[in-house]
Ligand binder design. Sequence first.
Ligand SMILES: Nc1ncnc2c1ncn2[C@@H]1O[C@H](COP(=O)(O)OP(=O)(O)OP(=O)(O)O)[C@@H](O)[C@H]1O
Length: 370
Amino acid sequence: MSVPADLDHDDYLRLQGIHKSFGATEVLRGIDLAVHRGRSTAVVGASGSGKTTLLRIIAGFERPDAGTVTIGDRQVAGPDGMLAAHRRNVGYVAQDGALFPHLTVGQNLAFGLPERRGSAARARVRELLEMVSMGPEYVGRRPHELSGGQQQRVALARALAREPQLMLLDEPFSALDAGLRVATRKAVGRTLAQAGVTSVLVTHDQAEALSFADQVAVIRRGELAQVGSPFVVYTRPADRETAEFLGEAIVLDAWLQGSLASCALGDIPIRRPARQGSVQVMLRPEQVRIAPDGPIHGVVVDVDYFGPDATVRIRLLPGPGTGSAGQAGGETISIRHWNASIARPGTELRLRVLGEGVAFAPDSAAVSGN
Ligand SMILES: Nc1ncnc2c1ncn2[C@@H]1O[C@H](COP(=O)(O)OP(=O)(O)OP(=O)(O)O)[C@@H](O)[C@H]1O
């Protein structure tokens, strides 16, 4: 198969114009995505948005209706045909790890090796376990004698056994409880980065996507709504739906003049505004701080406490600091604060906004689900 002329040499995986329907359901509608060699991309989206279908197309388990998949310098799916899944040099880790339950850890790992027995195989099994931070004492255990996190790490080690250049991870941490999920995710991320393996993770968990990957691709109804670094997609989301999908957002009506959006939280600087006049301005809750000398006045409506911090709902009051557009206050916003006890309902507070906001078209719809 051909080498595409426009392949960026830093890209190890490139998808161009991928379409896929199942019967009358159009699941993927023109996906373009490039993943740099040795780097990680998280594809994040709501249930049913097409994540798994996309991963299965990259793996070679599904055929795209249109578009091309290029891995390394080889087009593996496109008008010229399909390269079989087992010839793509791709590892795949599913949600449940899918270890063989009747085989030991050592046998599960050896399954992927060209030589399954002998001292070389035993040494390689130990090396693979080491890569996922597990000692040789696990070799003789069966999957049911491991924790969920250990099972997932063995599944990753098994997928690494064939030394794939590309690792595909389909919600591999979602069955783990919160603490284990974070630790396993870190261990897996470190292992893949050290091995120089290019990886694509699909997840519906925004925090997981933002913390795991160098690049985040937000998928919505079969299309990529935005692709960028975790910092950029979180702080400068392309639209309101993306903003609200990726985290909590404060969205207020505003009037944008020059690079200042005037709203109930005062005049908010906007980075490179694309429009002027009537807009909606978006801030992340952590950008609004309680400050005794802050220019914005508000009154606490209620507090939702959950450990490291609390969500404090605040009704904004008209005050000297409110925007020049003449908003009279009355909007309610939710912010985060570490000390729930200073924010009892009815308490008057003063607020300060940090950093820049993002402006969206005024008719931006709120999240509609999928
Ligand atoms: N083999 C198939 N035949 C028919 N429809 C399918 C098939 N595979 C997926 N679909 C449909 O395609 C849509 C996207 O499914 P997909 O599994 O890719 O989504 P997802 O984003 O991974 O969702 P989830 O997070 O729930 O796993 C769904 O509506 C699903 O029902």
